[in-house]
Design a protein. Structure first.
Length: 444
């Protein structure tokens, strides 16, 4: 038996790649089953042959032993005449028995060898038949495989040609579709471009018309504002002339002083003997700072009560309260303390707007405010007082702006001694300065 690989005829159905897996597995299982049967038969025959050989060897050994005994007997001639009849008979029987045993052994050996030769011939024939069958199946499988490959190549060639033809057709169709889409896109873009140009022209025309209307309205507004400007300029010129005349009549004015710790310097606050009667005497503008947001309101109420008892004469007042949760302070003018307020909302609006950068009390803060603010320094309200007041009146505090005269200091101090004493920031106004302030900030 040679060592080459035997190719069997399978009879499998070919697929796109290889054979059907189920058929191959069944075929391999059948071949393995047949080979197992052949191997089992071979092993059985070999085992039977081994038993026959063992029996043959045993018979040969027995025959050899008998031959040796016979040789020993035959080696020493026995005189039959000198032996007894019984011994002679025993020798004859032994010789016959040995011949019989030898014959049986030879017959058994011949039978065993015949069986072995027959079995060996049968196995050889079966093996040769299997080899021939496997060779034939291999040739058939190779022939079928070559035929399958040839058919597969032919099918692949046909499919390749069809695919190439289909690809060419799709390329041509895609090119025509691309050209059509490009043409449609160009047409659509042309239409959209025309619409966009037309819409842009309409928007531009509408924008020009709107701009023209805006310009006309602005020109009308400018003409109105120019008229207002002319009237305000005339008013400012008259106010400037009045301020110049008042400044000339009053002469130079020394700015009010202030001392550390919020205590007024000597001579600037009227003592307990000074009283204001009938609006005469010296009026003092004082600024009181409180550590709470409601302190100024409480102080204004106490001062109103003191004014009723004629402990102090209040000409005008304004309260600034700044809660912690507000970004801007809350400001109000305290009116009708005793008669008409000494100063108008324009004065308080200008002063408090300058301090806290907010318009208050309905004052008309416009083009004339700058000119009025510039003249506050002539009445002792200078930049230092503005900066100090702005730094100290912060969220969580309050301030009382008071224009008063004729205060009895001891009684006023006793009225404010119940809580935390306020800090006093002030500037002094004379009667002439109060009169000028009335004229400058008079309500129109």
């Amino acid at each position: 038996m040679t060592g080459e690989i035997l190719h069997l005829r399978t009879g499998f159905d070919s697929t796109w790649r290889g054979f059907r897996r189920g058929q191959v597995r069944r075929y391999v299982q059948d071949i393995e089953t047949e080979l197992e049967l052949v191997v089992a038969d071979r092993d059985a025959m070999v085992e039977s042959l081994d038993r026959v050989v063992a029996e043959l060897e045993s018979a040969r050994g027995e025959n050899r032993e008998l031959r040796q005994r016979l040789d020993r007997v035959c080696r020493t001639p026995i005189d039959l005449a000198g032996t007894s009849e019984r011994l002679r008979h025993m020798v004859e029987l032994a010789s016959d028995e040995a011949a019989e045993i030898t014959g049986r052994a030879r017959a058994a050996a011949e039978r065993s060898w015949s069986v072995i030769r027959d079995a060996e011939a049968a196995h050889r024939r079966r093996h040769e038949w299997l080899i021939a069958d496997l060779k034939a199946q291999r040739e058939q499988a190779e022939t079928a495989h070559r035929a399958s490959l040839r058919r597969t190549h032919e099918v692949l060639a046909v499919l390749t040609a069809q695919a190439e033809k289909r690809r060419h057709e799709l390329d041509v169709r895609a090119e025509r579709l691309r050209e059509q889409i490009k043409l449609d896109f160009d047409l659509a873009m042309s239409v959209r471009r025309s619409e966009a140009v037309r819409a842009h022209a309409e928007d531009e025309r509408a924008a020009r018309e709107h701009a023209r209307r805006i310009v006309l309205a602005a020109e009308e507004r400018v003409s109105v504002l120019m008229g207002h400007h002319d009237r305000v300029s005339a008013s400012l010129r008259s106010v400037g002339q009045a301020l110049a005349g008042a400044h000339t009549a009053l002469g130079p004015i020394t700015p009010a002083g202030r001392s550390a710790g919020g205590r007024p310097p000597a001579g600037l606050v009227p003592d307990r003997t000074q009283r204001h009667a009938g609006g005469g005497g010296m009026a003092t503008l004082t600024i009181w700072r409180f550590d709470s947001a409601v302190g100024a309101d409480d102080a204004a109420k106490q001062l109103a009560d003191l004014a009723k008892r004629e402990v102090i004469e209040i000409h005008d007042a304004a309260v600034v309260s700044w809660p912690l949760d507000r970004k801007k302070p809350k400001i109000r003018q305290v009116r009708d303390l005793r008669g008409r307020a000494a100063l108008t909302g324009a004065f308080w609006g200008t002063l408090l707007g300058l301090l806290f950068l907010v318009p208050v009390l309905g004052a008309a803060v416009g083009a004339a405010t700058g000119a009025l603010t510039a003249n506050l320094g002539d009445f002792g309200i200078d930049d230092d007082l503005v900066k100090e007041t702005r730094d100290k009146v912060t969220p969580g505090t309050s301030a009382l702006f008071l224009l008063s005269s004729g205060a009895v200091i001891d009684k006023v101090r006793d009225a404010f001694s119940g809580g935390t004493p306020p800090e006093l920031l002030y500037t002094n106004l004379s009667t002439e300065q109060e009169k000028v302030l009335r004229e400058v900030f008079a309500d129109d």
